[in-house]
Every structure is written in structure tokens, then in C-alpha cells.
Ligand binder design. Structure first.
Ligand code: SAM
Ligand code: SF4
Ligand code: F3S
Length: 420
């Protein structure tokens, strides 16, 4: 193919893990001389990075792929599917793509696309990335999951958990800080079970916290069953480590947690948060919750609402249960109606707005350090170390910088401030 016609488009759905994979794919293609385009008509290579957490995300890929078929059949387009795809969907989507590869196989793209063998690493987690942002970088530390929560597609799409070697993570982070990156987000399905040689997750964070420079470290996501006191003590040291915890609760009812195969109780979850709040100053907590899990009664749902109220989350990602083929829960009757799932989600959303507002109001009058990450019509947007969003009047040139802002107004999910 002529150099000038080598144009690729990435269609990325799902979580930050897929975003991080896409950044690695982009680097491979740029190194092969391909140019990125946002136009599907212009592209002669489309790589879709799919998410299977809900059926709607897979249906979206299916719908998109159907639009490409004329150009594909005429030989003007090659379409590759990767990311998280369940076996059942591979069968259905197989006809619309030239190839389906797992995330672990993206290091084989040079051979697949151009019959070239140019990469030196066989571990896809260690591949260099072309980061979307010039100040925030996603750094994967593990891939896959061993937990088999009964509703979840991930262990089937990403396979068993594999930890990336610590030296490679530490070196990448050192390089990112030297390049001026201000925020490093460590990614894994369960960062708490990270283990590579003598490094567990608290030890890895301790090593990253020794890197000199002005930057923050965040991580996603944590599993309550593996969350240790050791980790709380390390986070309490601060410096580059931020007082923000995303810890998925999923349900506040012990019987539902058991059916979900989460392997902790509501009481254990609450204990972690109490211990963490005691030791980590100004800690904010966000979570994931599933409403309408098969068999979830009104009373069981109320247990989730009660726990949410008691904990007082700053943010919660509320998901209506969606049956995923091949998972243990797909054998159970999805018997909570769509309308009832919607009602439960709305109820929790209302609760969340109240607890988030009460937490936000504690910031009033305080001066906070922010990393500015957005700009629109004379307004800058940034996040505090504790991951609270703050809007203030400022110039576009502040994007990617740390600034100090005095908080003058507080809504549930956005604070307003003035440059200090
Ligand atoms: N590893 C993370 C953890 O354990 O917290 C979660 C990763 S999962 C890909 C992201 C979120 O999607 C989950 O926390 C859960 O709330 C939601 N989710 C997963 N499977 C789901 C399903 N079948 N229906 C609805 N929500 C689901
Ligand atoms: Fe899915 Fe559970 Fe693994 Fe999270 S911990 S990715 S919810 S199986
Ligand atoms: Fe993420 Fe979706 Fe896969 S949430 S890990 S992209 S199934």
C-alpha cells in the first residue's frame, strides 16, 4: 500500500483499559507509517476496541461495522476487532471483520497488517504508547481477572490475570514524569492483587512515590476482598499518592454479594472505608453498583441504598444489570423488570447527589491544588488530588498545569472556584 493511503481509524469503547490498549495500537501503527484519521470513509484500516460489559456496547460495534461492509467487500478497507469480546459475539461479528484478535495479541499487528516483524517485546503490557493526553498517562500494570464475579464478562474476554514486571512500570513512569506528565493512572481489573517478584501493589506504589517531580498517581480499579491495611498506610503517606479511592461495592446486601461471587460482606466494605478515612486526610470515595441483579428483592435493594447513605459516596457509577452470555449469572432468571431497574437506579442517583453535595460543601472557602484538564468558552476545568471536578474562569494555556483555586461554590459533582 502507498504511504499516502495508509490511514487508520480507532473505534474505542469501554473503560480506560481499552483506552490504554488503543494508545498502544496507535503507537504501533504510527511506527509503521500509518496516519490517524477520524473519517470512516477515508480510513483503509479500522480497528475496533470492543467492550462487553453490557450488550448495548457490543450492539454498537455491530451497527457500526455493518456500515463499513460495502467498502470492505470492495477491498478498500481492512477491519480488525480487538478488546473485550465474548465467544458468542465473536461468532456474530466474525463475518464483519477480517480478523479478531485478543488484547494480548496486539503486539502481532505489524505481522498481521504488513507482514513485518518490528517489535521487540512479547509482553503487550510493555509496548510503548502514543498517549492521547500530554499530561495524563494511562499505565497498565496488569491484564485479565481471576475473580469470576458471576455477572462479569471480563475473565472470559481478557483471560486470567497477568501482572506486568515492576521494573518496566517504574521505568515507564520515570520517563513519563521526565517528559512532563502530571498524572499517572495505573490500570488493572484488580490492582490490589498485583504481584511481580517482590513487588505487591503497596510496594509498587511506594517505589513510584520515590520518583522526583511534580505529579500525581491514581489507580483503577480495586477489589474490596484484596484491599489491605498495608495499602491504606502507603496511601496515607501522600506526596504523589492522591486521597482518592474507587472501590466497587456492587451491592450492599450480603446474599446478593454472595450470588455475585464477590467474596466480601457489606460490613467488610464499610470497615475498609472507615479505616481508610481515619488514616487518609480528605479521602474521597467512588464506587460501582449494579441494580437489578437476578433475584434482587426490594428489601435487598434497600440494603444497598442504606449502605450508600451510610458511606456517603462522592461518586457512584450505577449500572442496570445486563445478562452476559457464558457467565454464571446468565443461568439465573433476569427477573427484575427494566422499569424497576430504572427506578432503582434513579433512587440511588438521588441519594448519591445528596451525599456528594454534602461532601462537596466541605470544600467551600478552601484553596485547592488542581490539575487543569479541560477548557471551554473561557472556563477551565480541573480536578483536585481527591478527584473533585472544579470549574473556574481561566485561559486555555492552563490546561495541563497545576494551579491553585479558591472554592466559592459547591454542587454535587462540580465545585466552582477562583484562581488564587
Ligand atoms: N474490576 C472492577 C471491579 O471489580 O470493581 C470492575 C470492572 S467491570 C469491567 C466495570 C463495572 O461494570 C463493574 O464494576 C460493574 O459494576 C459493571 N458491570 C460488569 N458486568 C456487568 C453486568 N453484567 N451488568 C451490569 N453492570 C456490569
Ligand atoms: Fe469483573 Fe469481578 Fe474481575 Fe472486576 S473483579 S473485572 S467485576 S470479574
Ligand atoms: Fe473494560 Fe468493558 Fe473490557 S469495561 S475491561 S472494556 S468489558
Amino acid at each position: 500500500m502507498k504511504q499516502s493511503t495508509k490511514k487508520f481509524l480507532l473505534l474505542v469503547l469501554g473503560c480506560q483499559m481499552n483506552q490504554a490498549d488503543a494508545e498502544r495500537i496507535e503507537m504501533i501503527l504510527l511506527n509503521l507509517g500509518w496516519k490517524k484519521t477520524d473519517s470512516e470513509r477515508e480510513a483503509n484500516l479500522i480497528i475496533a476496541v470492543a467492550c462487553s460489559v453490557r450488550q448495548s456496547a457490543i450492539d454498537r460495534i455491530y451497527g457500526k461495522a455493518r456500515q463499513w461492509q460495502t467498502r470492505r467487500k470492495a477491498g478498500h478497507l481492512q477491519a480488525i476487532l480487538t478488546g473485550c469480546v465474548l465467544t458468542k459475539d465473536k461468532k456474530k461479528l466474525g463475518l464483519q471483520f477480517d480478523l479478531i484478535i485478543t488484547a494480548k495479541e496486539i503486539n502481532q499487528l505489524p505481522e498481521i497488517i504488513e507482514s513485518q516483524s518490528v517489535l521487540t517485546t512479547t509482553d503487550y503490557l510493555c509496548l510503548p504508547a502514543h498517549h492521547e493526553s500530554t499530561f495524563t498517562a494511562y499505565v497498565p500494570i496488569s491484564n485479565g481477572c481471576n475473580n469470576f464475579c458471576s455477572y462479569c464478562a471480563v475473565p472470559y474476554t481478557r483471560g486470567r490475570e497477568v501482572s506486568r514486571i515492576a521494573k518496566s512500570i517504574i521505568t515507564e513512569c520515570q520517563q513519563l514524569v521526565a517528559q512532563g506528565y502530571k498524572e499517572i493512572v495505573l490500570l488493572g481489573q484488580n490492582v490490589n492483587s498485583y504481584q511481580s517478584g517482590r513487588y505487591n501493589f503497596p510496594k509498587l506504589l511506594t517505589a513510584l512515590n520515590k520518583i522526583e517531580g511534580e505529579f500525581w498517581v491514581r489507580f483503577l480499579t480495586s477489589h474490596p476482598k484484596d484491599f489491605s491495611l498495608d495499602l491504606i498506610n502507603v496511601l496515607a503517606q501522600g506526596k504523589h499518592l492522591t486521597p482518592y479511592l474507587h472501590l466497587a461495592l456492587q451491592s450492599g446486601d450480603n446474599d446478593i454479594l454472595k450470588k455475585m461471587n464477590r467474596r466480601y460482606t457489606a460490613e467488610h466494605y464499610q470497615k475498609i472505608i472507615t479505616q481508610a478515612r481515619k488514616k487518609i486526610k480528605n479521602l474521597t470515595v467512588s464506587t460501582d453498583i449494579i441494580v437489578g441483579f437476578p433475584g434482587e428483592t426490594k428489601q435487598q435493594f434497600e440494603h444497598t441504598a442504606e449502605l450508600m447513605q451510610m458511606i456517603g459516596f462522592d461518586m457512584a457509577y450505577l449500572n442496570r444489570y445486563s445478562s452476559r452470555s457464558g457467565t454464571a449469572a446468565s443461568q439465573l432468571k433476569d427477573n427484575v423488570s427494566k422499569l424497576e431497574k430504572k427506578r432503582r437506579e434513579e433512587r440511588l442517583n438521588k441519594l448519591l447527589k445528596e451525599t456528594a453535595l454534602a461532601n462537596s460543601q466541605k470544600y467551600l472557602g478552601q484553596t485547592e491544588l488542581l490539575l487543569v484538564d479541560g477548557y471551554k468558552n473561557g472556563r477551565c476545568f480541573g480536578k483536585t488530588a481527591s478527584y473533585k471536578i472544579v470549574a473556574f474562569s481561566g485561559k486555555k494555556s492552563l490546561v495541563g498545569q497545576f494551579v491553585k483555586v479558591k472554592i466559592i461554590d459547591a454542587k454535587s459533582f462540580v465545585l466552582s472556584g477562583k484562581l488564587a
